[in-house]
Design a protein around this ligand. Structure first.
Ligand SMILES: [Zn+2]
Length: 339
């Protein structure tokens, strides 16, 4: 059973911190969260009763026309000419790039593997400071121009949110505690991979930041998160980069956007040894094998088995197993002795 799940790119604790500093648009964005959550639960219950949502993986971009409604006016669909609205065109391009990456790299046919159409809504609300996946479609605000700007054009935001869709249809990691932190982790992993592909960057050129394109000059930081240095992206970034600083509190669904810093750092370290393409394959195959309540130890067990299988079939370098063990050990995640 899918449980309550808020897949917003800007975490609640960051919106709260900005609200306390006087940004009323962040407060209004927070107030909308409850309504979105209720819709998502209805969508998930409905999806669970369907055997298949097949399609051609077409992109459909709707314009919310500053209302808090989805699917208001169809602004561009597959095969259409460019729109006169740049944000419509950007959402079309970014969602297509993410779809094509998964198809060309893993032969994944859209988000659910069955060609589900990819629906996006742009210009949602007024001065709306977030973007989210709510079970069957994407929605993007324009940002208030104070702390945030145009969410639909940022490739890592689009990739992060669409990966929540893939996770929902495969591992369906429960959105709380360690399984929730893994859910966030996989979205950041494919966000950073796809961003590097989109920008045609090498490992060294990449900044490993998540959300750097959606923050303004006055935002107190450079991005929402950093995979190379978790905890350093902004004034409210409390991500640990090691299990010794694991967050055990109740905020943020028991730290889903906080503790994801730990496996994020492991992914960054691993890629320094085996490269991003081998990393992508190992993480994607692992995601397909995980389950709703999987925790960090389960992740390590599954990723080690997956890596060995991929080494045996000569799809990743022989050094991958050691790289995984050492990267996870560097952040304090090690295999437990069997009793
Ligand atoms: Zn997320």
């Amino acid at each position: 059973m899918c449980t309550k799940h808020q897949c917003h790119i800007v975490p609640q604790h960051i919106l709260e911190a900005l609200s306390k500093r006087g940004n009323n648009n962040c407060k209004r964005t927070l107030n909308d969260t409850r309504r979105i959550l209720e819709k998502r639960n209805i969508v998930l219950n409905s999806l669970l009763q369907q055997t298949s949502i097949s399609g051609k993986g077409d992109r459909l971009i709707y314009d919310s026309e500053s209302s808090f409604q989805q699917r208001v006016t169809l602004a561009r669909s597959e095969g259409d000419e460019n729109s006169t609205d740049d944000i419509v065109n950007n959402a079309f391009e970014t969602s297509g790039f993410v779809r094509d990456y998964f198809k060309n790299t893993f032969n994944l046919d859209s988000i659910n593997g069955e060609g589900m159409d990819i629906i996006s809504n742009v210009h949602y609300g007024t001065q709306y400071n977030n973007a989210y996946w709510d079970g069957d479609e994407m929605t993007y605000g324009d940002g208030d121009g104070v702390d945030f700007k145009d969410f639909a054009s940022a490739i890592d935001v689009v990739a992060h949110e669409l990966t929540h869709g893939i996770t929902q249809f495969y591992a369906n990691l429960e959105y709380q505690g360690q399984s929730g932190a893994l859910n966030e982790h996989f979205s950041d992993v494919f966000a950073t991979i796809i961003k590097q592909k989109y920008l045609n960057q090498t490992l060294e050129e990449a900044d490993w930041l998540i959300g750097d394109q959606i923050v303004t000059e006055s935002f107190p930081g450079v991005a929402l998160r950093s995979m190379v240095a978790p905890g350093t992206a902004n004034d409210f970034d409390s991500q640990p980069d090691h299990m010794t600083n694991y967050y055990a509190g109740l905020d943020d669904n028991q730290g889903v956007h906080i503790n994801s810093g730990i496996p994020n750092k492991a992914f960054y370290l691993c890629c320094q040894t085996i490269g991003i393409d081998a990393g992508a394959l190992i993480w994607f195959e692992t995601l397909k094998l995980l389950w709703r309540t999987a925790n960090f130890d389960d992740m390590l067990d599954v990723i080690l088995t997956t890596t060995q299988t991929l080494i045996d079939s000569e799809k990743v370098p022989n050094s991958s197993l050691i790289a995984i063990i050492e990267s996870f050990a560097s952040v304090g995640i090690t295999q437990k002795e069997s009793v």
